[in-house]
Design a protein around this ligand. Structure first.
Ligand code: VGL
Length: 254
């Protein structure tokens, strides 16, 4: 928790009341040339060529970060394997052809209040995780590598709150995610990542609420608690009109 202190001190004193957008403009994430933004040439060309036919669909990869996989502060079983599988798909033209936009969300905590606890209940409070600009908040290596070759937009969330949903975050263009997607003609989103029963669920529920045709690809998610995973996939998400599938889509499928 001590690593938080310099940030909170800085922001409370210099920028109070701290605003995520203000902060976002001035701070670069690891390996970024422009804060929060990673757009790479080769993959860019590849993707824009491939997607000259607009699909109106975005992929949202939720929180595939070191602290959420084996060895991390809030490890979710299967996280490393999931990261590897997603990385392979991000290099697969059939899969990528389905999407106009690839969004990577990351939990990016500075001072999220009671979201962090020394005695977490693992329902509403958690061990310190994904502190902004620490290795635990970085994307898991295969994903970190894979996304350097494609155009992605990063969404940071949870600077000063729990922000389970990517729609509570801010894109690298300093816009809320829903508006970002709408302005680029996105009508449908596929949601994958970690954790099925928390950030994936919250992101998918918000996506549906925002009017996107929303699908959770359950086979590309890992979760924390078996009961709440089942509750999410079988009850809460379908009740909100979210499609849940295990089929990994390739272009034209699903
Ligand atoms: C998450 C618990 C706490 C998630 C984030 O990414 O699902 N879960 N913070």
């Amino acid at each position: 928790r001590s690593t938080l202190f310099p940030y909170t001190t800085l922001f409370r004193s210099a920028l109070a009341p701290a605003k995520a957008t203000t902060w976002q403009k001035s701070v670069k994430g690891p390996g970024e040339t422009t804060p929060g933004q990673r757009i790479y040439n080769k993959g860019d060309e590849h993707m824009s060529e491939q997607n000259s036919r607009k699909t109106g669909r975005a992929l949202i990869v939720v929180d595939v970060q070191n602290d959420f996989v084996e060895g991390g502060a809030l490890a979710v079983t299967g996280g490393n394997d999931l990261a590897a599988r997603i990385a392979v798909l991000l290099k697969d033209p059939d899969f990528m052809g389905r999407y106009d936009q690839i969004i990577l969300t990351r939990d990016w905590h500075i001072d999220p209040g009671s979201h962090f606890s020394d005695s977490p209940d693992y329902v509403k409070s958690w061990p310190v995780h994904c502190v902004a600009e620490t290795p635990g908040a970085a994307f898991v290596d295969p994903l970190e590598q894979a996304h350097h070759n494609i155009k992605v937009t990063i969404v940071d969330k949870g600077m000063f709150d729990d922000a389970y949903s990517g729609f509570q975050g801010i894109t690298s263009f300093n816009t809320p995610l829903a508006g970002f997607l709408r302005s680029r003609g996105v009508k449908a989103v596929d949601v994958v990542g970690i954790a099925t029963d928390y950030c994936v669920k919250a992101t998918a529920l918000d996506a549906a609420r925002e009017g996107f045709d929303t699908t959770v690809i359950a086979s590309l998610c890992v979760g924390i608690n078996p009961d709440s995973i089942t509750q999410a996939l079988k009850v809460d998400l379908p009740a909100a009109g979210v499609n849940v599938t295990d089929t990994i889509p390739t272009e034209g499928a699903v």
